[in-house]
Design a protein. Sequence first.
Length: 81
Amino acid sequence: WTLFELTFSGGWPTYARPLVEQVSAGYGVFFALYISAVTFAMFRIITALFLKDTLRAASLDVDNTIDEKLAEKEFYTQKLA
């Protein structure tokens, strides 16, 4: 088995149990730390993607607000002239 299969198959306890029971309990610690680290990293990546989209939308909103204010200023400037 590869670490890719262990991580993304969802059946890592099935693969890890023989190593822990027949070889060494140290592998249990390794698998727990590895799966925790990979899960944490995946959550961070997904959060970063959502944050990136949110910040882009906020930036566009600020640009639209500035454009509206400039158009409003131009309208009142022409109205006074």
